[in-house]
Ligand binder design. Structure first.
Ligand code: IPE
Ligand code: IPE
Ligand code: MG
Length: 246
């Protein structure tokens, strides 16, 4: 696969943990625990393939509506995983960032997130964005708020997508928009993930439940992506003549 056929940024909705557990008569939380192992495989696979950035949807702004014991179980899982995985991330030279509204997390989780981001801050390899308490609509609103704070006297008629885009949580981290979107669990929706940033992403859906997703499935997604012709609104002929994006 040439470098241009490899996505620079992969964004994943890791879905199906609960159903995986239910099918085995296990508590949903066990499905989330097994999901962490799948995440580790995908992180390693993307990093080894040369992907520049991987964004994993870990907890949506709507997931607070789940039963309280599942929500608190997920919060303690985040704590455990951050503790356990920080060293491995450094070993793989992966820089971690959280995107989403972290205000809602407990002080100890907020601190753990900040600490882990700091521990990997010197890493120059792949960027790993974990979307937690993230919502695509929230992202657009916070970008707009940041823009208006920076330009309090701005004329609304001059507002363009170029005004807002730099304030999106991914752009603030200097991360390009996703090229490849993967959703597992046989669902075909965005569920309020990176709404703005996915405008021109290629979509790949897997029937596999997230805990079962592995390196081969990732390779399938990359192969699927490599076959697509990205046209960005142009014609196929224009793209063949080299008018497309870099
Ligand atoms: C995704 O798996 C993980 C989170 C949303 C935290 P689910 O928990 O949504 O699994 P299903 O969709 O119920 O099987
Ligand atoms: C999306 O999955 C959020 C995460 C994977 C973290 P959901 O399982 O919450 O999405 P819906 O509710 O099925 O749309
Ligand atoms: Mg789900």
């Amino acid at each position: 696969m040439t470098q241009s056929q490899l996505p620079r940024h992969v964004a994943v909705v890791m879905d199906g943990n609960g159903r995986w557990a239910k099918a085995r008569l296990l508590p949903r939380l066990l499905g989330h625990q097994r999901g962490v192992e799948a995440a580790r495989k995908v992180i390693r696979g993307c990093s080894q393939a040369g992907v520049e950035c991987l964004t994993l949807f870990a907890f949506s702004s709507e997931n607070w509506k789940r039963p309280p014991d599942e929500v608190s179980g997920l919060m303690s899982l985040f704590m455990t995983v951050l503790d356990r995985e920080a060293e491995g991330l450094v070993r793989y030279n992966i820089r971690l960032h959280f995107i989403g509204d972290r205000q809602a997390f407990s002080p100890s989780l907020k601190e753990k997130i900040t600490q882990t981001e700091a521990k990997t801050a010197h890493c120059q390899g792949m960027r790993l964005l974990v979307a937690a308490n993230y919502g695509g609509r929230w992202d657009i609103i916070q970008a707009l708020q940041a823009y208006l704070t920076a330009h309090p006297n701005s004329d609304p008629t001059t507002l363009s997508e170029h005004s807002i885009a730099p304030y999106l949580s991914t752009a603030r981290l200097d991360v390009p928009e996703p090229d490849l979107f993967i959703r597992t669990g046989g669902e075909y929706r965005i569920s309020n993930f990176l709404l703005w940033q996915l405008a021109y992403a290629e979509f790949h859906f897997s029937e596999k439940l997230w805990p079962e997703f592995n390196e081969q499935d990732l390779a399938l997604a990359f192969a699927d992506f490599a076959k697509r012709q990205r046209r960005f609104g142009m014609t196929g002929e224009q793209i063949q003549q080299g008018a497309g994006h870099a």
